[in-house]
Design a protein around this ligand. Structure first.
Ligand SMILES: [Ca+2]
Length: 286
């Protein structure tokens, strides 16, 4: 669904070979179907072949605004990185803002107090936090995942089991900053320090350190401003199938001859049916 690019060319360490199909670990292997044996994964070059420190950016671009509906989950086959930042863009990668910082030691890495998503409240939901929950390198309690917790944030409005989604939708309807928080066009994963599994980096054995990711899950829906339910590829670009006489990739304007009243985003309110805010034909206006 998305396109991925790396700022650093991917090369494998001496345990694999990018030029041989069976031994290569290209980025596509983060997006193929998992659940079979063995897992398939992307692997970066090792620290040895790279000037200090080993840093890699992974960028995911949809060329379309997407509303996140579930947690972002990265599964690492190497140890989880000791320092990492997840960033988002809302304008096709022109500007970026952090989504969450991850480190074994937040103060040391980012001069931020460590926090967990459970400490957030309705009032601090938009705060960008540094968490130490996902950075224990080598197979800590067998957990290989790094998450950005969307559902825990939803739960601040919708309740622990998300039983009161109406309350969340009501908030999303009236608070643009909240809507924008869950909306992206691109994601960037900045891998800043690989797992070392020790306090000291073994300088003589830098080929031990690298990043490997087997799966990236991003679940969301196309943002259609509540004027469409589905997205389709048109000429290689993702776009909404617009209803309510609207048009554009996000259904963000009225169709020609339907400017009888100004375009307006659809509304979740009143629950449960919402308000379509249909673009009306001129003929109704005169
Ligand atoms: Ca995979």
């Amino acid at each position: 669904m998305c396109f991925i690019s790396q700022e650093n060319p991917y090369m494998c360490n001496n345990e694999c070979d990018a030029s041989t199909e069976e031994l290569a670990h290209p980025p596509e292997l983060m997006f193929d179907f998992e659940g079979r044996n063995p897992t398939t994964f992307w692997q970066s070059t090792s620290w040895k072949k790279y000037p200090k420190p080993l840093q890699v950016n992974l960028t995911l671009s949809w060329n379309k605004t997407i509303e996140l509906t579930d947690d972002i989950v990265l599964t690492f086959e190497s140890g989880r990185p000791e320092q990492m930042v997840l960033e988002k863009s809302l304008d096709q990668g022109r500007t970026w803002t952090p989504y969450q910082f991850y480190a074994t030691d937040c103060l040391d890495a980012f001069t931020m107090e460590p926090k967990t998503v459970n400490e957030l409240t309705q009032h601090t939901l938009l705060d960008i936090i540094c968490t130490e929950d996902y950075s224990r390198g080598y197979v800590w309690k067998n957990d290989k995942t790094v998450r950005f917790e969307i559902k825990d944030r939803f739960a601040l409005f919708a309740g622990p089991r998300l039983h009161n989604m109406a309350s969340l939708y009501g908030q999303l309807d009236t608070t643009k900053t909240l809507r924008d928080f869950f909306t992206i066009t691109d994601l960037r994963i900045r891998l800043l320090k690989p797992a070392t599994g020790a306090t000291m980096v073994d300088e003589n054995n830098l080929s031990r350190y690298f990043y490997a990711i087997s799966d990236i899950k991003v679940q969301g829906r196309c943002k259609c401003n509540l004027h469409g339910n589905t997205c389709v590829y048109d000429k290689g670009r993702l776009g909404c199938q617009c209803e309510h006489n609207t048009t554009g990739p996000d259904c963000s304007r009225c169709k020609r001859h339907y400017h009888g009243r100004a375009w307006s985003v659809g509304s979740y309110l009143p629950i449960p049916k919402g308000t379509a805010n249909i673009c009306e034909c001129y003929c109704h206006a005169v």
